[in-house]
Design a protein around this ligand. Sequence first.
Ligand code: DGL
Length: 266
Amino acid sequence: MSKKRRSASQRRTKIGVFDSGIGGLTVYKELRKKYPFCDFIYFADTAHVPYGDKSEKTIILYTKKIVSFLLRKKADLIVCACNTASAVALKSLSANCPVPIHGVIDAAVREAAVFSRVAVIGTKLTIKSGVYEKKLKKMNGKIKVKSLAAPLFVPLVEEGWAGTDVSGRVVKIYLAPVKLMCPEALILGCTHYPVLRKEISDYMGGDVRLVDSSSVVGAIALSVSMRRGRGKSSFYVSDDPGHFVRTAKKIMKVSAGRAKLCTEFL
Ligand code: DGL
């Protein structure tokens, strides 16, 4: 093999992951475990979090910029680790993208569609899009679905209030109508929500299957060229890297030591 060809095949595959904030780190962590040999580039749109209260048009605009950024950084595959963006922007993002882009919704739908009563919680925009309900019903014509927006969950997580009595009470208030339908599965349709998994499971009961966005990891089949050593991770944010680094560490147990600020997103 020529020197040039060898170096091309030894380049590490680079996976780009993005979200509005730290929520996508729940997916990043699982991807990192599955693909330790890959390089990762994580982008958090901290200047614009939360996405869930914004319009479809705005989210498309924000996320198109993020995808171009990840492509400039040479991502070989992109994971949109945000349900809100997956719900309203994935089609536009995939349209002219030269690399595969995975959203987080289809894999969660496949996992949940085997049940007959499923509840979905997500941001206002995800729930308004009706995407989970449509896809679940397409896969299983007999399924009963209840969807509910739980917008306070994102700031609770971002503030580091998971595991407190406040988060326990908010979970109870939001999920009371969901519990009434006795779901067999509950889709945590926002990548921030797994941080509240304990209080959600305590309230819903241990026999309710909690399906989250990390299901996408099982659905990604990637042929990785270099399988030695460990790839590196770089973190980029659109505002306040210090806050991102602190919350990533405290809440997600991810060390994002040198998160860089990209002012082009402001
Ligand atoms: N974590 C994101 C999601 O999965 C977005 C939350 C937000 O920014 O509102 O929907």
